[in-house]
Design a protein around this ligand. Structure first.
Ligand SMILES: NC(=O)C1=CN([C@@H]2O[C@H](COP(=O)(O)OP(=O)(O)OC[C@H]3O[C@@H](n4cnc5c(N)ncnc54)[C@H](OP(=O)(O)O)[C@@H]3O)[C@@H](O)[C@H]2O)[C@@H](O)CC1
Ligand SMILES: Nc1ncnc2c1ncn2[C@@H]1O[C@H](COP(=O)(O)OP(=O)(O)O)[C@@H](O)[C@H]1O
Ligand SMILES: [K+]
Length: 521
């Protein structure tokens, strides 16, 4: 599904007016009415609503929602952050209508902090109509005070279009932003509602009036909405997953060569291998330093022990493994649990500079990337790197907090410098330098040790099965997140084991193939 920037939304609204003759008052009415409908559907039986309005058109949507709720006999209090002196005609008109109908309009400046909190706490629902796509800087003055009050209150919050203070095109927070339970957004999915930290501020996203933005009404939609920015969930990966037929044998499924584990960290290697097997790899070969045989490794894994250097792998581990298995290897995974010795640095460097096999680099392998071939580093089109925010920060010589705040921007910079990147965490981003995808599903039960090791094994399997780095990253991240959602729905947020995530993958792959409604064999 394409993601919309705020610019694209503005162009769509202008076209609705210029091409089809809508006026902005009508569009505002559609918007506010949709919000009132969603609020009534989600919170049946409510008696009172506080609507916080800014002076722009987002505030105008709030005034319309207030009117429709008022007409349903709900006690509505509008608390305005602005005196509407510079408001658009449609916002002014909606303010006048509501006033004439006897609605309550208060100005926040005239309400003290205690009274404001009391008003919010006494309401059944708060509607946040302070700022939408028009805000381009940190909220100030009364807007900021109201945002803080909303976040302090325990009352459920429905944001109109965007949580106020959120940049709808990037997911970045402009200073401070409302934390909504639900966001009712218009026309289509806006980028910022799916990229962290915006994703967390948006809560559940409901899209209203989506039917207006169709190819039928806008044959040139492809020109308006960027083609290179996608929201990815199960339906989007169904055409990417490699088909399996009756004539299949394990050789056709590809072989993954895994460099993982060390004397200190043994378990990681078993989890990478399990992830690769569960994602359908044909052969999984685990290269480990001698004496570091992994506890719990499944018997389906081929274990290949190589001489250990300081309890870890070394540069010659690659040559030894390729001498033995080079004929069949179709992908490499390197990193989980390998440690940070000189031997590992040489191994990573060798693979980066010499190997031509599609590779997933994770964990400790990423530690060495900034110093490998410093200056002469070539971007690798056949490598996918999978950092979490801390590792991404190290790659870009920045801080994890900076990466968290600007995930899209960092993912793009890393992809341009190194190769395809999968930036981990809720709203996982996959970027190959030209295309960006945000994974829609997420679940906190995935934040457990070894979860990323499973993911890298899965990526190895999809690379081995013939997918490109971007497609392999999308399939693995999407299925991994689905597994989290499925497990989380049954067992909650805590205590899921990484191996259980891996073991759930075949079922998730099956459900994708069933979506296709085509026989698997
Ligand atoms: N166009 C359409 O067809 C439709 C648009 N629709 C709706 O309109 C929304 C966009 O409306 P918009 O463009 O008026 O901007 P909006 O988000 O209300 O913000 C502007 C206001 O905020 C204020 N303000 C700005 N920054 C600030 C700051 N940092 N700190 C404090 N204040 C700040 C600024 O005040 P000023 O600086 O001018 O005093 C101004 O009053 C969109 O999200 C959707 O909900 C729907 O009705 C469907 C049809
Ligand atoms: N809240 C969350 N929502 C979605 N995915 C998450 C969440 N928390 C963690 N994950 C995923 O779990 C994995 C954790 O990987 P990582 O941090 O490398 O852990 P480890 O090194 O222990 O395996 C990543 O794929 C990440 O995207
Ligand atoms: K808002």
């Amino acid at each position: 599904m394409r993601l919309y920037t705020c610019d694209a939304i503005r162009r769509i609204e202008d076209l609705l007016v210029d091409k089809y003759g809508f006026d902005f008052f009508q569009l505002m009415d559609y918007a506010g009415n949709a919000v009132a409908e969603k609020v009534l559907a989600r919170f049946p039986g409510i008696k009172s609503v506080a609507v916080l309005c800014g002076g722009g058109n987002n505030g105008g949507d709030g005034l319309v929602a207030a009117r429709y709720l008022f007409l349903k006999d709900i006690a509505v209090k509008v608390i305005a952050a602005s005196r509407f002196e510079r408001s658009s005609l449609q916002t002014m008109k909606n303010k006048t209508i509501l006033e004439k109908m006897g609605g309550t309009l208060l100005t926040s400046e005239e309400i003290g902090d205690t009274e404001l909190l009391r008003l919010l706490d006494e309401s059944d629902v708060i509607i946040d109509a302070l700022l939408g796509i028009g805000a381009t800087s940190s909220p100030r003055g009364e807007y900021l005070r109201l945002i803080r009050a909303v976040n302090q209150s325990q009352t459920p919050v429905v944001s109109i279009d965007l949580p106020s203070g959120l940049d709808g095109s990037t997911g970045e927070i402009m200073g401070e932003a409302v934390k909504a339970d639900i966001t009712v957004t218009f026309w289509g999915p806006k980028v910022g509602l799916y990229v962290m930290p915006g994703k967390e501020h948006a809560g559940e996203v409901l899209i209203a009036n989506e039917e207006f933005v169709s190819d039928r009404l806008f044959p040139d939609l492809g020109e308006i909405i960027k083609k290179d920015l996608h929201l990815v969930s199960v339906p989007e990966i169904k055409h990417l997953l490699p088909p399996v037929t009756l004539s299949y044998h394990k050789g056709k499924r590809g072989s993954v060569l895994i460099f993982a584990g060390s004397k200190k960290y043994k378990g990681a290697a078993a989890l990478v291998a399990l992830g690769a097997l569960r994602a359908g790899a044909g052969r999984v070969i685990l290269v480990v330093p001698e004496g570091c045989l992994v506890p719990g490794v499944t018997p389906e894994t081929i274990v290949f022990e190589v001489p250990s250097r300081d309890g870890t792998l070394a540069a010659d581990s690659y040559i030894r493994a390729m001498d033995e298995f080079g004929d069949i290897v179709s992908s490499i995974v390197i990193g989980p649990g390998v440690g940070r010795t000189n031997g590992v640095r040489d191994l990573v460097s060798y693979i980066w500079e010499q190997s031509q096999v599609p590779t997933c680099m994770d964990a400790d392998a990423l530690y060495f990337l900034p110093e490998i071939g410093e200056g002469a580093l070539q971007r690798r089109h056949d490598v996918i790197i999978t950092p979490h925010e801390g590792e991404a920060a190290r790659l870009m010589r920045s801080k994890a907090s900076c990466v968290s705040a600007k995930r899209l921007e960092f993912a793009k910079s890393i992809a341009e410098k190194w190769g395809t990147v999968l930036l981990k965490g809720a709203g996982t981003i996959v970027d190959d330098g030209n295309r960006t995808s945000v994974i829609k599903d997420a679940h906190p039960c995935l934040s457990v040790p070894g979860s990323g090791d499973v993911l890298s094994g899965m990526i190895g399997a999809f690379l081995a099965r013939g997918l490109g780095c971007y497609e392999a990253g999308l399939c693995a991240a999407c299925l991994h997140a689905r597994a989290g959602v499925s497990l989380g729905a049954i067992r909650g947020n805590d205590g899921i084991l990484a191996g259980e995530i891996a073991n759930r993958i075949p079922i998730e792959i099956k459900s994708v193939s069933e979506l296709e409604r085509e026989p698997l064999l």
